[in-house]
Design a protein around this ligand. Structure first.
Ligand SMILES: Cc1cc2nc3c(=O)[nH]c(=O)nc-3n(C[C@H](O)[C@H](O)[C@H](O)COP(=O)(O)OP(=O)(O)OC[C@H]3O[C@@H](n4cnc5c(N)ncnc54)[C@H](O)[C@@H]3O)c2cc1C
Length: 538
């Protein structure tokens, strides 16, 4: 069985493909990219078959189905790929890029294609062929002394974790919440986050290999030095630092990526701080910020609203009857019954017996003064939410949060809205108020969390809807656009967005920035074949 088939079956098992098929059928109208004729497309498909073999090129609508599913609102069916191709080697990627240039056929690279809630493997504009790198899945190197790894794009977090365990290497990985099926390369290129002290993934990336749009291969950092032993040890190399250009962009295809791995600490102690009121937002942020800025708390905290937490394991109609707004009193009651507060903030201490014992009282004093109840494994034994976060914060893997897709109906609709703010209580308070107002107006719930970074907040709002309901999908689309626009007017733009809103968010970052990106794009990829529309760059 192919890994695609396996992967498909895995998702069917999780009830996800079935859930989204309803939405797919209605919006399945793949069209060719502007300027690409049927003959060009057919020529590109034929030439790609010559490179990777017939079985790894998918050119008719039915065969492309696994790459079409996505959870974001797409009422007009714009984000539908016309094909998929799955190379195994860097040389094959180079050939595919040359073919794309010859036929002017755009290709959309993905690593494992699990960009769930941002578009999965689907492209930003119609008519693209997904360049699926899942078959390039070798772990090329792990250096236990330096704590570094070099991986191909198709390597999953699960694979890397298994490798470390099987080889008895005492290093941790850092995972996003959907780690088992996602990839370090795809996640890092999106500048995604996880929850150990190595959670800011791009910060812990070191060295890349990139196939450029003209088919040449470039290595960044120390990677182009013959005989170097420092490709995964020293990030900056010499001259302009370019790795960032290949994140959230369409300037090249990353075929190898270096990353740093955290040494397993002797002591790991997870905490949850329970606050009982929605209005406690500013208190929590003001209490956490000094701990984060000083690195007394070293990992990215997740401050989870009760409604987000409930949506992981419950269905909405277990909390309020269908058709009724999700009121705070009902949420509070359900949260309390499950050992949760209205806000639940998770972090951990990592170190030795002595360092953890020294820091714990400082943290306890600070958070108790904010009105929070400090909970540890001793008090939260057997609580599935605590268990979930305690697993994540040590780089452990589970798919608990996939439950969000079942919160509302059977249709599996989810779009992440992720505006950034400075880590200040007043800002978070204002963002929460604004988000709740817009979501309420459109009939959706505030299922949200704050990821407290070092000095920033990622306000992570899960817009959950039923994708099998066409009217609800349209409403979700309108709601999402209003969130982006209104937050933008208040100085808050997203750190990352779905394929359905890339141009909208790029608008907010200004004309000069857009022109600069366009200048680079024209110079690097004059035929515009790599992922047109990514981050609003065409
Ligand atoms: C319930 C839930 C929880 C989630 N939790 C988190 C979380 O905690 N943290 C987080 O960051 N995300 C989270 N996500 C979002 C998302 O699922 C993850 O970020 C996931 O890692 C992205 O999928 P992927 O790794 O398969 O990347 P891919 O889908 O393979 O790649 C993402 C994008 O990066 C670009 N890209 C990928 N590979 C390449 C390449 N080799 N060369 C050039 N460009 C490339 C493409 O534009 C692609 O569309 C969550 C999603 C859900 C549904």
């Amino acid at each position: 069985m192919s890994d695609f088939e396996l992967n498909r079956r895995g998702l069917i098992g999780a009830g996800l493909i079935g859930a989204t098929m309803v939405g797919l059928a209605a919006c399945d109208k793949a069209t060719l990219a502007p300027g690409v004729s049927k003959a060009d497309f057919a020529g590109a498909i034929k030439a790609m078959r010559g490179v990777v073999g017939d079985e790894w090129v998918f050119g008719d609508p039915e065969a492309v189905t696994p790459w079409k599913k996505n959870y974001i609102p797409d009422p007009e069916g714009r984000h539908v790929p016309v094909g998929a191709v799955a190379p195994k080697t860097v040389e094959e990627v180079q050939e595919i890029v040359r073919i794309a240039n010859k036929y002017r056929q755009p290709i959309w690279p993905v690593s494992t294609g699990k960009n769930m809630g941002y578009g999965m493997a689907t492209p930003a504009t119609p008519g693209q062929i997904v360049l699926d790198l899942k078959r390039m899945n070798r772990i090329l190197d792990v250096d236990p002394e330096l704590g570094t790894a070099l991986v191909e794009p198709g390597v999953t977090y699960q694979q890397l974790k298994d490798y470390l365990e099987e080889n008895n290497i005492p290093l941790w990985i850092d995972v996003p919440t959907v780690g088992p099926i996602a990839s370090p390369v795809g996640n890092t290129l999106e500048r995604g986050v996880g929850y150990t002290p190595y959670g800011e993934h791009f910060t812990f990336q070191c060295g890349m290999e990139v196939v450029l749009p003209d088919g040449q291969v470039m290595r960044t950092g120390m990677g182009s030095i013959k005989g170097t032993t420092a490709w995964q040890a020293f990030k900056w190399g010499y001259g302009p630092y370019v790795d960032g250009l290949f994140t959230q962009s369409n300037f090249g295809i990353v075929t190898k990526m270096g990353m740093w791995l955290m040494p397993k600490p002797p002591v790991y102690k997870p905490f949850m701080i329970r606050h009982d009121d929605m209005a406690d937002v500013p208190k929590i942020i003001e209490a956490m910020r000094p701990l984060r800025v000083s690195s007394l708390v070293a990992n990215c905290n997740l401050m989870m609203s009760a409604s987000y937490q409930l949506a992981m394991f419950k269905r909405r109609n277990e909390i309020v009857p269908d058709g009724r707004p999700l009121d705070d009193a009902s949420v509070k009651k359900a949260a309390k019954a499950n050992g949760l507060g209205m806000w639940n903030t998770y972090f951990a201490l990592y170190g030795t017996e002595q360092t953890v014992a020294a820091i714990e009282p400082i943290i306890r004093a600070q958070l108790t003064a904010s009105g929070g109840e400090v909970m540890t494994a001793a008090e939260m034994e057997g609580n599935p939410w605590f268990h979930h976060h305690a697993t994540l914060m040590q780089g452990g893997l589970n798919l608990d949060e996939i439950g969000l897709l079942r919160w509302r109906g059977a249709g599996g609709g989810l779009a992440w809205f992720a505006p950034v703010a400075a880590a200040k209580g007043k800002e978070a308070e204002a963002q929460t108020k604004l988000a709740r107002g817009i979501l309420d107006k459109h009939g959706f719930d505030y299922t949200a969390a704050y990821a407290i970074g070092w000095r920033d907040l990622h306000h992570i709002i899960a817009l959950l809807y039923d994708k099998s309901d066409r009217e609800q999908e349209k409403k979700a689309d309108a709601c999402y656009r209003e969130l982006v626009s209104t937050f933008g007017e208040n100085g808050w733009a997203s750190y990352r967005t779905g394929v359905n809103s890339m141009a909208l968010v790029a608008e907010q970052y200004g004309q000069v920035n857009r022109d600069f990106n366009k200048l680079l794009k024209n110079a690097i990829d004059p035929n515009g074949v790599i992922a047109p529309g990514k981050s609003g760059i065409v």
